[in-house]
Design a protein around this ligand. Structure first.
Ligand SMILES: CC(=O)N[C@H]1[C@@H](OP(=O)(O)OP(=O)(O)OC[C@H]2O[C@@H](n3ccc(=O)[nH]c3=O)[C@H](O)[C@@H]2O)O[C@H](CO)[C@@H](O)[C@@H]1O
Ligand SMILES: C=C(OP(=O)(O)O)C(=O)O
Length: 435
């Protein structure tokens, strides 16, 4: 089984480079399906399993995709297929982001129903309501969602009940080729929304207001391939900031954009962490003692849910009682049990957890329950007594590139191993007879 083994106690020092953002690159790759002419070029693409999955989805849809040295090219000029099967959607929910582009370009899209995942039920009703408001007929059956429009979609006024990132992206992409103007109210304001809008505008779309609560999209007849560089990953940046802070280290997080990280910076400073803006990024200096704070996850610019579990590792070692309230996802506390295995004093109360610190973390065998939990447990291991072994690394590989190597370069005592247990031939025979 593959695991990351960390021995705690080392202070992190040095410089770490942040990759392009996973959550920005996935919608941008999906949006490249909208270009009916030319070859799109997407730069600063991290080599993550999610990026390979979305590339496979595009290939399946009949686009030509290459991926070499952080650069993806997409030729979507041929006639596209309209179906994203379950085998892709199961691996990565963001596969549903091909729905808006397909519907806009071909008038039809058929995407496997995503279903729930480790952090909650994650419905896509808001995406579908948006498509319906633009004139599409939506049917759900046999595990698929099918949307169809007669002719072009039409511009509409759409209000989102919740500022969903995916719904904002999917509807924004669908609206670029619609007939007329679409106004999207109460939409998500995340930096990844702004990055997508910038890319769409380079393709010839007319999208205004991204980054605010109202986005206005004037539909155009056609979109063209464009060249785009992905923004740095604010969640990866934040993860290294917390890793530096928990070890009392001094780390320059190169590529971290302060404006994308205001809520995290404010909370870390409240805890006693020193953060200095430098030309190339953010320098983070961890204090000897951290102070507990309360955190509530919210849509941007509130505190990001994708930093919640990493923050938990910091609160566990902070002095005092801290509370984390998760308001974005209904079930994003699966990692609490794993933290308990490392001697943390954490209690779940509804949508909140109460953390009584400081705890002396102890190394243990723990299992990553989702992507950010994987990073959080490794971070906790940096501060724990003894060895922490983190398994289920498939989650980590969805969103972090060379995570253990980057930490090792900062001075962490960490390695990734594959200690497959050898089963004797006798046991193999016995086990196969039992099935
Ligand atoms: C690939 C990507 O960019 N993933 C990010 C994206 O996910 P994603 O786009 O899936 O997240 P959303 O903002 O859509 O979801 C937020 C909340 O809204 C609910 N909801 C969403 C859509 C809908 O139609 N109906 C509905 O009820 C969800 O169940 C969830 O409780 O934003 C999340 C919130 O910042 C991040 O944690 C994810 O890392
Ligand atoms: C929840 C996340 O991603 P996804 O929406 O792709 O599951 C994440 O990046 O933390």
């Amino acid at each position: 089984m593959e695991k990351i083994i960390v021995r705690g106690g080392k202070r992190l020092n040095g410089t770490v480079q942040v990759e392009g953002a996973k959550n920005a690159v996935l919608p941008v790759i999906a949006a490249s399906l909208l270009a009916s002419e030319g070859i799109s070029v997407i730069r600063d693409v991290p080599s993550l399993s999610d990026v390979y999955t979305i590339s496979e989805v595009l290939r399946y849809l009949n686009a030509e995709v290459t991926f070499q040295e952080n650069k993806i090219t997409v030729d979507a000029s041929r006639e596209l297929l309209i179906e994203a099967p379950f085998e892709y959607v199961r691996k990565m929910r963001a596969s549903v982001l091909v729905m808006g582009p397909l519907l806009a370009r071909t008038g039809r899209a058929r995407v496997a129903l995503p279903g729930g995942c480790a952090i909650g039920s994650r419905p896509i009703d808001l995406h579908l309501k948006g498509f319906e408001a633009m004139g599409a007929k939506v049917k759900v059956g046999n595990g698929f969602i099918e949307a169809e429009s007669e002719g072009r979609l039409r511009g509409a006024k759409i209000y989102l009940d919740f500022p969903s990132v995916g719904a904002t992206q999917n509807i924004m992409m669908a609206a670029t080729l619609a007939n007329g103007v679409t106004t999207l109210e109460n939409c998500a304001k995340e930096p990844e929304i702004v990055d997508l809008a910038n890319y769409l505008n380079k393709m010839g779309a007319v999208v205004k207001g991204a980054g605010t609560g109202t986005i206005r999209i004037e539909g155009v007849e056609r979109l063209y391939a464009a060249d785009h560089t992905i923004i740095p990953d604010r969640i990866e940046a934040g993860t290294f900031m917390i890793a530096a802070a928990i070890t009392g280290g001094n780390v320059l997080v190169k590529g971290a954009v302060p404006e994308h990280l205001t809520s995290l910076i404010a909370k870390l400073e409240e805890m006693g962490v020193v953060i200095i803006e430098e030309d190339q990024g953010l320098r983070v200096i961890g204090p000897e003692k951290l102070k507990a704070v309360d955190i509530k996850t919210m849509p941007h610019p509130g505190f990001p849910t994708d930093m919640q579990s990493q923050m938990m590792s910091l609160l566990v070692v902070a002095e005092g009682t801290g509370m984390i309230t998760e308001t974005v996802f209904e079930n994003r506390f699966m990692h609490v049990e794993e933290f308990r295995r490392m001697n943390s004093d954490i209690k779940i109360e509804g949508r909140s957890v109460i953390i009584n610190g400081p705890c002396q973390l102890q190394g243990a065998e723990v299992s990553a329950t989702d992507l950010r939990a994987a990073a959080a447990l490794i971070i906790a291991g940096l501060r724990a007594e003894g060895y922490t072994r983190v398994t289920e690394l498939k989650h980590l590989d969805r969103g972090y590139l060379n995570f253990h190597n980057k930490l090792a370069a900062l001075g962490a005592d960490i390695e990734r191993v594959n200690d497959e247990v050898e089963i004797s031939n006798d046991s193999k025979q016995f086990l196969s007879e039992q099935i």
